[in-house]
Design a protein around this ligand. Sequence first.
Ligand code: SF4
Length: 297
Amino acid sequence: MKPASQQDKMNSPSLDPERLRRGLVQYLEDMQHAGINHLIWPSAETIDSSLLGSQQVSSDDTRLGQSEPLEAQARQGSEENRVTGQLPVVDTVAPLGEIQPLSESREDVLAELAKQVAQCTRCPELVANRTQTVFGVGNPYSELVFIGEAPGVDEDKQGEPFVGRAGQLLTAMITNGMGMRREDVYICNILRCRPPNNRTPTREEADRCRPWLDATLAVIQPKYICCLGNVAAQNLLRTDVGIGKLRGKVWEYDRAKVVCTYHPAFLLRNPAMKREAWEDLKLLLQVMGRPVPRRPS
Ligand code: SF4
């Protein structure tokens, strides 16, 4: 049995990754120049079919409103627990659809995206404040992506998300809580630049950075997303509902099932809330069909 990443590569269509990369980057730039902050993946009729190869995007793939409630069955032992989410959506963003050709070399496409992000100057205040941009880290073939808020001081220095104390807690949540390795998942943020004094990102900043997030998710095509904290959950799902109500349910973004939990930095300040976070991780594991380890100490 080959690892999932190798299987993905073996099953991927044979397409020119450089041509694909150029097409994706051009598309992003066109959207930005047009003042479009939310990436809307075009229908098959509006994109060069050579980019899609033999893969055609159906009309279903271009539907609006990705924050649809998901009815998911989460099982633990013999007990069946049905969870249903109903979100008041405050904005609609089309899903990216499935970009199958990118599976030729996701590392290369993400590396190119990271280079483009390093040149991004869409948020002047953040550009003036940043040491460097912080793109993302992890396995580009992972079925699970964690999305946080924005780089902090340590991340800004090192150029990698979740490397400070909150990052250490996230790593412990992944390893001790979920029985996985940090390098098995992909980790990124809503923003790729550190806000001054670690302030909360504005909605406008999140909107400006959204094409980079959407492009990253389009490359990785995760089956599962875990939003860490209010900023990640509200911006991904396009809602003003707070994390306290978003957690404990399963949502849907594009084709990914989404579970929300508290940000590790919040858990460091409020250790009593780790119990709820553990429940969220158990829900995530159940949705992923993975075994639930005993509660970490
Ligand atoms: S936060 Fe995102 S959109 Fe804003 S400057 Fe940084 S990379 Fe660009």
